[in-house]
Design a protein around this ligand. Sequence first.
Ligand SMILES: Cc1ncc(COP(=O)(O)O)c(C=O)c1O
Length: 419
Amino acid sequence: MNYFNSKYFTYKNNELYCEGMSLKDILRETGTPAYVYSQNYFIDRYNELDSAFNEIDHNIFYAVKSNFNLSVIKTFADIGGGVDVNSEGELLRALKVGVPNDKIIFSGVGKTYDEIKIALEKDLLMIKAESEEELVLINEIATILNKTARVGIRVNPDVDPKTHPYISTGLAENKFGVDVPTAIKLYTERDRFKNIDYTGIDMHIGSQITTVEPFVSAVEKLSEIFLNLKKQGIKLKHFDIGGGIGVEYHHERIFSPSEFAKALIPILKKLDCKVILEPGRYLSANAGILIAQVLYTKVNHKKNFIIVDAAMNDLIRPSIYGAYHHIQPVQINKSCKDISADIVGPVCESGDFLAKDRNIQECKRGDYLSVMSAGAYGSTMASNYNARRRPPEILVNGSSFKVIKNRESFEHLFFEEYL
Ligand SMILES: Cc1ncc(COP(=O)(O)O)c(C=O)c1O
């Protein structure tokens, strides 16, 4: 079998480590299933992307939806990152760890009255508007609060990001943003929106995008709007290119931060404004793994099954997107042969699998398996399905670790429920 090795998750004497920490040592304390993150991975990726864009005025706003653990948000805030939030809950998480209000952007296609109100009360850097009706409501609430709302319109550029349909967001058929004519109309109807200050323009065309071309096409479309508005005296301060940078799950060839910057800087430079990047997955996916323990193995109708204690409620990406996550043993045993097996969880659904027909070292009850690239859209999409407790999260730095979220208690499963 192949191993997914990196500087951050590597084998020492055939045993998988996160940075300088033995995973087995961590698991003795926390049990399984458990998410483990490398703090230096988060920091290194952030710095790499940040320095690639050094030539232009820019800021990275980490998309917290990819991994909203407080310690993860704080890791980015501590090195100068802003955040992109998509709900009041995400906003409260960012504020709780001390992200400055003017380093927070509020996104989302369906913000509620209360969410817009809190965004205005907190004087966030920018609220994105994704429809004319939402803009009307933002203006209305800002008028009531006697405030001026800083708004960026999210434009749907109708560009194909060539990714999974469920994470494509910039096509005409997708629910996100407004089309180009509507965006221009709204930017120029300023008298209708007296309590709105248009400070930016925004796009986010999808996630797990593996080539730069879709970004280039979309940025070109939005920069045309930007420059047209400038000619009409509407000078926007921020040009937000969204997130979406792809990562390696299964030997995909992904562009590097410098290739990304090289493709976009020539277009962005002409705008003379602050460029905002909103990566989530790029910063967090390969920072994390999910460790599971083998409960049973069996052969059923000649098919091998490895039943582990992590399930679709812990990591739903394989079930909903058919997403590939590399799975490898925490302890390599060279005397074991490789087999092909489905690696499945205990949940009562045939859709509850982590991998299908996967080549993997033969294992036995009690062995640990590591599900790689699980740092983004892993713990944040976890649920209590089958009344299962969500797993703990552990942050490793060098040869020390910290439990940054406990395994949920059984009391948690009854919380706010009444007879
Ligand atoms: C508005 C916005 N920005 C940024 C992101 C982050 O995307 P990714 O994790 O692909 O970088 C998302 C993800 O859905 C988003 O909706």
